[in-house]
Design a protein around this ligand. Structure first.
Ligand code: DX5
Ligand code: ZN
Length: 219
């Protein structure tokens, strides 16, 4: 069976006790912790930055899957690396030089992720796929939790998975936005191996994180 990982987004957690929320995620079987960083400029919402991530680092050994929705992103990459990120994911539109930004993340010994908005084609990063560790396919327009999954992205996941197989590449395919118990199977079948989820993990079944993670993983 395919190894599916769940990366709960702390965007839907109780921000007044993020440390405890992260422990709860770890106890519930999360594989990664998805941290949504927003700047009120690249996306119309503001969340947290490196000092908060650094503090949260003490609460878990799970990898921090840091999704940067900030622009220009390049000059902040080092700060996020030093704060304790394990995967640093950037949007191609948020940097003047995508190749340099990828190089920098690698130099800092972090995994590199590239995120594709619903209207950004796979072709934008096709030549770079052998350089990166992860592609984060957005299934909503970034900015807010609790939005509705855009079904058209299923085709994009399939296309990317086909390229991955054809070229025998190893990058992860992670999908972010509006993931729920009704669409998770289709997303996994299309080729995703990591699912991000905020609302479903924290709100379904009265917030039973363990049950929600298990249900999302089960095919
Ligand atoms: C959107 C964020 C997502 C989102 C996931 O900008 O990148 O991580 O908050 O939350 P749900 O699962 O509620 O769509
Ligand atoms: Zn995200």
């Amino acid at each position: 069976m395919k190894n599916i990982q769940i990366s709960p987004s702390i965007l839907s957690a109780d921000f007044s006790q993020l440390g405890e929320e992260i422990k709860r995620l770890e106890g519930g079987g999360a594989d990664l912790i998805h941290v949504d960083v927003m700047d009120g400029h690249f996306v119309p919402n503001i969340t947290i930055g490196p000092p908060v991530i650094k503090t949260l680092r003490n609460y878990t050994k799970l990898p921090f899957d840091v999704h940067l929705m900030i622009s220009p992103v390049h000059k902040y990459i080092k700060n996020f690396a030093e704060a304790g990120s394990d995967i640093i994911t950037i949007h191609p539109e948020a940097t003047d030089n995508l190749i340099e930004s990828i190089k920098l993340i690698k130099q800092l010994n972090k995994k590199v992720g590239i995120s594709l908005n619903p209207n950004t084609e796979v072709s934008v990063i096709e030549k770079l796929l052998k350089e990166i560790d992860l592609v984060l396919i957005m299934s909503v327009y970034p900015g807010f939790g609790g939005q509705k999954f855009i079904p058209e992205v299923i085709e994009k996941i399939k296309k990317l998975y086909q390229i991955k197989k054809d070229k025998k590449l190893k990058f992860d395919i992670e999908v972010d936005g509006g993931i729920n118990f009704s669409n998770s199977k289709e997303v996994i079948s299309a080729g995703a191996n990591i699912l991000v989820s905020g609302t479903t993990i924290f709100k379904e079944n009265n917030g039973d994180i363990k049950k929600n993670i298990e249900t999302l993983k089960s095919m």
